[in-house]
Design a protein around this ligand. Sequence first.
Ligand code: HEC
Length: 103
Amino acid sequence: MRKVLAIALASAGFALAADGKAIFQQKGCASCHQPNVDTVGPSLKKIAQAYESVEQLVKYLKGEAQPIVDPAKANIMNAQLAQLKGLSEEELKALAEYILSFK
Ligand code: HEC
């Protein structure tokens, strides 16, 4: 059991590292979110610092949690969340992991 879990975690970890950046770029997120400076949207660093865990960020990305970084501009970002609707749980986790890597 323990071995199976370790293998599952290891392969999940590999997928996380591989896909998050690609999804971020393919979905056009990079046009409003730079690593370190605020542009149209807050920097990835600022977002990463506001979120404590991948689970918390995934909830936001699914539209199940309120924005906490710059809620006054949430209407701009809400339209973007629709683009993530077709993604699997694993892909959303990979995306969140990528964003949180800017902490
Ligand atoms: C048209 C510009 C634009 C695009 C494209 C965009 N964002 Fe945003 N994003 C914003 C703005 C503006 C905010 C600030 C509003 C807010 O924090 O709610 C924001 C905030 C966020 C936040 C912080 C939410 C919070 O808790 O406040 C996350 C996470 C995020 N964006 C992820 C993404 C992802 C992932 C994509 C690609 C699917 C994306 N953004 C595409 C403009 C954009």
